[in-house]
Design a protein around this ligand. Structure first.
Ligand code: PFF
Length: 466
């Protein structure tokens, strides 16, 4: 492996970084909202099928091609499956840049909420008073605060803060990433476990857990539940965007990628579950209704629940701060990986320094982040009705989340399955693994995954018409 590209100092460093990439807004913000929208218990069967049929095998592919070639996604695909496959790699890098832009915009807002926990920093001077985390449930304080925040230029500043932190962590590649994830990843586990314990020890907290886990077989016949579960799984495991391949390319070639994939998926899904428990217990204890868009759950419904955790203001403020701090650090360990995928691809392809590659990626993406949040661009007509309807962000999110990742997954499985040959990859993975992947792996990569993904994509397109 080329030393110029950098290495992880330890296997633990890689696992922390890859699981840090997987655990992010998807686990805290999107999962609960999807699980609620798709009827709690109805979500699980599709979710687990998505994990075993799609998520885990594709992660093995993405890790596998990274360590096999020691290259980032586009060039790794080119080496293994030819020039045309490289195009898919660049498509996914482009998608990663779109996602980075809005992902960091959301992190900027979360940062704003975190700062808001300290008191009246902003005084936006618009109609509603600024009263975060202090007033009772019936006052929509967090929502009012949030929309006031969006009507100011503060989010632009916060976006730059988040970008600054990302670039700082990425400046030396694997070694500086490893330093950051060694602190951030354990910390977010501790905070999340703390939230779960608080949620479950509240009177009635367990009802939320029951709602979340009681199977609902009726909901399963709804195609949208399946589409939701498959897209969620792809996004949550950071697949289809070149991230996992870039991270895996900094590992020695004899790394056990079957084991690593299982470990990272397990950590990701466990975090997702406990985040679901924490959030659903709050929702049920305080009979909160997370109707509205995906983001409204975390940005104003949960804060409402936090307001009620205690009558002592410093405790509610502390929980409010910790909740958004958790979102920010979990998000940053993901956004660095979103940026690292494109940056490492540019470094490999253009043979440029890390600094130049980071600049090329950061400038358009940071402009995109600002565009997602500018007060003049946010569709004011949609604000204030309890939902978050932010045009640019919503449109990008919809197309990239529902289609782009899945299309990459589809073409990637076809390229690896049919051009390289699934069996070749299987042998290579088995060579360094204590687990032995059977022939079923080939069937999954060559037939099952492409058919499933094609069905999901076509059914989403069909649904678009109505
Ligand atoms: N997995 C991250 C999350 O759940 O928030 C998001 C993500 C990061 C997706 C990196 C894709 C990626 F390449």
């Amino acid at each position: 492996m080329s030393t110029k590209r950098g290495n992880w100092n330890s296997k633990l460093g890689f696992i922390l970084a890859a699981s840090g990439s997987a655990i992010g807004l998807g686990n805290i913000v999107f999962f609960s909202s999807n699980a609620y929208q798709y009827g709690g218990g109805a979500f699980y069967l599709p979710y687990f099928i998505a994990l075993f049929v799609l998520g885990l095998p594709i992660m093995m592919v993405e890790f596998g091609i990274g360590t096999l070639t020691g290259k980032s996604f586009p060039l790794a695909l080119r080496e293994l499956a030819g020039k045309r496959a490289e195009f898919v790699g660049w498509w996914s890098i482009g998608s990663a840049m779109f996602i980075t832009a809005y992902y960091i915009a959301i992190l900027g807002w979360a940062f704003g909420m975190m700062v808001g926990a300290f008191g009246s920093l902003f005084e936006p001077g618009i109609s509603a008073p600024f009263t975060p985390f202090e007033t009772p449930t019936d006052s929509p304080s967090a929502m009012v605060y949030f929309f006031n925040l969006l009507a100011t230029w503060w989010p632009v500043l916060f976006i730059f803060v988040i970008w600054g932190l990302n670039l700082l962590i990425l400046r030396k590649g694997a070694s500086s990433i490893e330093k950051a994830v060694r602190i951030f990843v354990p910390l977010m586990w501790v905070f999340m476990i703390g939230l779960v314990i608080r949620g479950l020890t509240l009177d009635g907290g367990f009802d939320g857990v029951m709602y979340l886990f009681t199977p609902d077989f009726e909901g399963i016949s709804d195609a949208s539940v399946w589409r939701g579960a498959f897209s969620q799984m792809f996004f949550s495991l950071s697949l289809g965007l070149g991230t996992m391949t870039a991270y895996a390319s900094y590992l020695p070639r004899d790394a056990d990628q079957v084991n690593n994939s299982m470990l990272v998926s397990f950590l990701n899904c466990s975090f997702e579950f406990i985040a679901g428990i924490a959030i659903f217990s709050l929702l049920f204890v305080f009979t909160l209704n997370p109707a509205g868009s995906t983001l409204s759950l975390s940005f104003f419904v949960i804060p409402q629940g936090i307001n009620e955790l205690s009558t002592i203001p410093w405790i509610t403020r502390l929980f409010g701060f910790l909740f958004f701090f958790l979102i920010v650090i979990a998000g940053i360990t993901s956004s660095i990986s979103l940026i690292e995928g494109p940056a490492s691809a540019m470094m490999d392809k253009l043979k440029i320094t890390r600094k130049k590659a980071l600049t090329i990626v950061a400038i358009p993406c940071a402009i995109g982040s600002v565009l997602c949040t500018l007060p003049i661009i946010i569709d004011k007509g949609l604000a204030g009705n309890g939902t978050l309807g932010l045009s640019i962000l919503d449109i990008t999110d919809h197309w990239v989340f529902s289609y782009s990742l899945l299309i990459v997954g589809l073409v990637e499985s076809l390229a690896i399955g049919w051009i390289l040959g699934a069996d070749k990859l299987r042998m290579a993975l088995n060579q360094h693994s204590k687990w032995n992947l059977g022939k079923w792996f080939n069937t999954l990569i060559k037939f099952v995954i492409p058919i499933v993904l094609l069905t999901v994509i076509l059914s989403s397109l069909w649904n678009e018409r109505t």
